[in-house]
Write a protein that binds this ligand. Sequence first.
Ligand SMILES: [Fe+2]
Ligand SMILES: [Fe+2]
Length: 150
Amino acid sequence: MHCPVKKAEEYSPRMQQIDWQPEWSFDIYSIDSQHQKLLELINQLLTFVSADREPVSLAEPLQGLLEYTQYHFDFEEKYFELYDFRATSDHCREHQQFKDRIAAIISNQNSELSGQDLAELIAWLQDWLVGHIQGSDREYLELFLEHNVR
Ligand SMILES: [Fe+2]
Ligand SMILES: [Fe+2]
């Protein structure tokens, strides 16, 4: 299928999909599939870049991203509580900041974003997710494996 969107590289060097890398996996099916889904939802925002660079409304896709993000964070936080994860409060604060940023855009001017704002937003979401998976999320990996989270 061909969509009338500018190719990422014509638009901005940061407007590109990030492919899931095997080394980001935890070998915990639930967590890995949720992380992959989150990355997919963020990558999908790239399809909203219009060729004429008109501002686009992202309220709907961002709402979808926010809802799935909430589901994933709740999933992790449920186990933090259950297994008394030592870094719970710092980790939950990071989760909250991510959700707050998305919620702020949704409530701001019907989520109409210029191409540049969109490029920056997508890059930020991608960087945050990958950084969080490789950083803070790895801190609970051993604990989750010990408790046989699947
Ligand atoms: Fe996570
Ligand atoms: Fe997390």
